[in-house]
Write a protein that binds this ligand. Structure first.
Ligand SMILES: *Cc1c(COP(=O)(O)O)cnc(C)c1O
Length: 223
């Protein structure tokens, strides 16, 4: 199927999921995950109206950046090494994968230099899988206490990844866990919990029903 047809199918599924759980589909943003995809493919997606583009590797984002339409709003969604922040600070509108105070500090430092405030999401390891990156829920307040006073980053919400092939019950538990955590930490003055970035090709419907408003979709869009 074409990207256009895939997108139509995804939108239909999002509408159905929203109907089921009483949400407005307009509140769900599709982030096209474009790792391993060409600049041409990314431009095609942008022409179809999907301007939020997610890459998980700095190198790959930089390689495609100049060949992609300026309409793109780039998001860094994968594990980010501190020493690579300088390459993308001016290019991305949001970093979904902030998982340590040191990384937050480096983003703040680099953004200060270019007079920018970066929207960040805290990546949370809800599932407790050892291989997964992300901050554990019981450490999140310490993290916020450390970084919420930084001038050049703004915490806008949370992100998580569910394990691949997790049964539906576990998916719902993980996604509702992230939503509950966001509610529980909504008491900080300079922190907002506008965004829940959760759900990928295999589990976005479950994520939407638990309150996701950014779904990160690669395979289902480009297969
Ligand atoms: C690859 C990736 C996705 C998209 O995964 P699909 O299953 O291809 O939709 C979402 N989030 C992150 C962090 C990724 O690395």
């Amino acid at each position: 199927m074409s990207i256009k047809q895939n997108l139509e199918k995804i939108k239909t599924n999002i509408n159905t999921a929203c109907e089921k759980c009483g949400r407005n589909p307009e509140d769900v943003t599709i982030l096209a995950v474009t790792k391993t995809r060409s600049a041409d493919e990314i431009n095609e997606v942008i022409d179809l109206g999907i301007v939020n583009i997610g890459e998980n590797r700095v190198q790959e984002l930089i390689a495609k950046y100049d060949s992609v339409s300026e309409e793109a709003r780039w998001h860094l969604i994968g594990h980010l090494q501190k020493n690579k922040v300088k390459y993308i600070a001016d290019k991305v509108c949001m970093i979904h994968s902030v998982d340590s105070p040191e990384l937050a500090e480096e983003i703040d430092r680099r953004c200060k230099k270019i007079n920018k405030t970066m929207d960040i999401l805290i990546e949370v390891n809800i599932s407790g899988e050892e291989t997964k990156s992300g901050i554990s829920p019981d450490k999140i307040r310490d993290f916020i206490n450390l970084v919420s006073s930084f001038d050049n980053i703004k915490i806008r919400g949370l992100m998580t990844m569910a394990p691949k092939y997790a049964p539906d019950e576990e998916l719902h538990r993980i996604f509702s866990g992230l939503a509950t955590l966001a509610k529980n930490i909504s008491d900080y003055e300079n922190v907002s919990m506008d965004y829940l970035s959760m759900g990928m090709s295999g589990d976005y419907e479950a994520a939407i029903c638990e309150g996701s408003n950014i779904v990160r979709i690669g395979t289902a869009l480009f297969q």
